[in-house]
Structure formats: structure tokens, C-alpha cells
Design a protein around this ligand. Structure first.
Ligand code: SIN
Length: 324
């Protein structure tokens, strides 16, 4: 049966135009969703499409307000009985953050697929049309229902929670590190090998007027604790991008200890971007840290921001990090 898929354009390289055939120095947002859909292989008998251009930005300039707007719009569209699934076309630079945000907020009884492109639409071997075509095909698949937000890129299917950008110029730009891909697309057919690791909880965005500000404090050799002082009065939550298993210097730890009660909730994550950050007595004992588990800083930031729309309670935040 033909499915009704709604496509939302947000901008990014997939919608960009550049020097004829070339892959660099291009202008994002030159084409809107309707123009991108014109260039696709026929979808007769697969999908009836509707579309909208919600905004047109390079994804590095995406704001928290736009992320919230997108999340609210996706919730609204998926509540419509006439719609079977949503496809979001997005810039690749922050796709992993939006994918996890939508994974945490969209209803999982329908399909939701994100995609983008590494090459502008005018490149001689543009990757956008096939990525978009396959994203739409995946959104029509019953197999994709209940998997939360999925990302399609270069024939691979990735979980919105796990996906990360792993190359900054190759078309094979995404992976899920430890987890690998969930499956593949061959033309319009999906082949799943495994499912996502965690539930998609559907945080309700309907009454949310603004996303809490969560900042990432990136630790490096010689990093001054001043950065924490900067965040102290500005942030609603802080994610530490520590080294190794989420470690920080004695200096940072002393600053945090001596300012307990004045700092917002702090999630301890690792800049390694792979592996686990778990409770360790030698680091966490007596400290206000919430370990991020397998979430890297960019994703821990998304979850903390959503949890903070509901609670400030450290125990509830800790439980959310264990569950989602
Ligand atoms: C962006 O993220 O909007 C620019 C880069 C890209 O889409 O590949």
C-alpha cells in the first residue's frame, strides 16, 4: 500500500549549489524541499509525498529554538492519522544531535528518518538524491516502525541515538562506532541486521517554550577551570567532555567541589566519543556528577536539555541517563 510520507527540509549541503560539478565552496540552502524531490527516482506505488521547508540553515548555525521548533512540528505531523512517516533532510554537521533529539521526542509508532548529503546538489556525483530517495523508502517500511529516529546515509541505516559523523568530507560520513549500522538499503529495500539499543521515550514538547541551555566544557591538557566559572551563571546544565573515561584535572574537580550548590546539574562524559563513562568511586564519590553511559558529549547535551524541561532532580536525571 502506498504510504504518505511528509518531507521536511531544513537546509544543509543537500540543498546547496556550488561551482559546476565541484564539491567544495558552495552555498547552502539554494534548493528547497520541493526542488530536491523533483530530482528523485519515481516513487509511484511506494510513497505519496507532501513537503515543507521549515527553515533553511547550515546545520552548524541551527539554534536551540529551531531544534525545538522542528521537534514540535514533527510531533504535530506524526499525530496526523493521514501521515505514515516523516523524513527530515538536514545538514550533516549536527545531524547526530538532531537525530537523537527527534529520537527522544517523536512518537515511535510511525517512522522517522533523517538524511543529508556530503556533496552539494550541483556536484558531479551528488550523494543527496540517493540518500533522500532511500530515506523516503525506509520511511515507508513497516520494519522501521518502533525503531525511533533513524538516519540513512550512503546505503547504511543508523540509530538516531548512536549515529555520529566520522568523516568531514567523504560521502561515507556516518557510523555508529561500537554499534555499527543497523542495516542497509539496497535501492528501495531495507535490510535490518539489528535494532536500536535503547527505548525512545517521547518527551512531550507541546508546552515547552524554550530548551534549557546546556553547555559542553571540553577538557584538554592545561584547560583552566575558569571555563567552568563562565558557565556557572549562564548554563542550566553542564556536560563535561573529559578525557579517557571522562576524567578531568584536580583543578577542575576542586573548582566543582568548592562550588557545589552553585553549579547546575553536571553530566560527566568523554571526549573519546566511544566506549562508556560509568560511576567510578575514585572520581564520583562526593561529587555531583551524573555519568553519561555510552552517550558522547554532543548527545549527552541533548538528553540533559530535554530532561531539564521536566525536572531538576539529580536522581531523576541519573535515571534518564541510565534508561535513554
Ligand atoms: C551543514 O551541516 O549544514 C553543512 C555541512 C553538510 O550539510 O554537509
Amino acid at each position: 500500500m502506498t504510504k504518505h510520507i511528509h518531507v521536511i527540509g531544513t537546509g544543509g549541503t543537500i540543498s546547496a549549489a556550488g561551482d559546476s560539478g565541484k564539491t567544495t565552496s558552495y552555498q547552502a540552502g539554494a534548493f528547497d524541499a520541493s526542488q530536491l524531490l523533483e530530482g528523485l527516482p519515481p516513487l509511484d506505488g511506494i510513497a505519496d509525498l507532501t513537503y515543507e521547508q521549515i527553515f533553511s540553515v547550515a546545520s552548524e548555525s541551527l539554534t536551540n529554538a529551531q531544534l525545538l521548533q522542528l521537534g514540535q512540528r514533527v510531533q504535530e505531523i506524526l499525530a496526523d492519522d493521514a501521515v505514515d512517516g516523516v523524513v527530515v533532510s538536514h545538514g550533516t554537521d549536527t545531524l547526530e544531535e538532531t537525530a537523537y533529539f527527534l529520537h527522544l521526542t517523536a512518537p515511535s509508532d510511525k517512522t522517522l528518518v533523517l538524511t543529508g548529503a556530503m556533496r552539494p546538489a550541483t556536484a558531479s556525483s551528488a550523494d543527496g538524491p540517493m540518500n533522500l530517495y532511500q530515506a523516503i523508502c525506509l520511511a515507508t517500511s513497516e520494519q522501521a516502525v518502533g525503531m525511533g529516529a533513524l538516519v540513512v546515509f550512503s546505503d547504511g541505516i543508523y540509530a538516531g541515538r548512536e549515529v555520529q559523523k566520522t568523516s568531514n568530507f567523504r560521502p561515507q560520513a556516518f557510523d555508529s562506532r561500537d554499534l555499527g549500522c543497523l542495516g542497509y538499503l539496497r535501492e528501495d529495500q531495507a535490510y535490518f541486521l539489528q535494532g536500536p539499543t535503547k527505548a525512545s521515550p517521547q518527551f512531550d514538547l507541546s508546552g515547552v517554550a524554550r530548551l534549557p541551555r546546556v553547555d559542553i566544557a571540553y577538557y584538554h591538557v592545561g584547560a583552566s577551570a575558569d571555563i567552568l566559572d563562565f558557565f556557572k551563571d549562564r548554563s542550566d546544565g553542564i556536560v563535561l567532555a573529559g578525557v579517557g573515561t571522562g576524567n578531568i584535572s584536580q583543578d577542575w574537580a576542586s573548582y566543582i567541589k568548592s562550588h557545589e550548590g552553585q553549579l547546575p546539574p553536571i553530566v560527566r562524559s568523554s571526549r573519546v566519543g566511544n566506549g562508556l563513562t560509568l560511576y567510578e568511586a575514585s572520581v564520583d564519590e562526593g561529587m555531583p556528577f551524573i555519568p553519561s553511559g555510552s552517550l558522547p558529549p554532543s548527545k549527552a547535551k541533548i538528553l540533559l536539555s530535554l530532561v531539564l524541561t521536566q525536572t531538576q532532580d539529580p536522581q531523576a536525571i541519573r535515571e534518564a541517563f541510565e534508561k535513554y
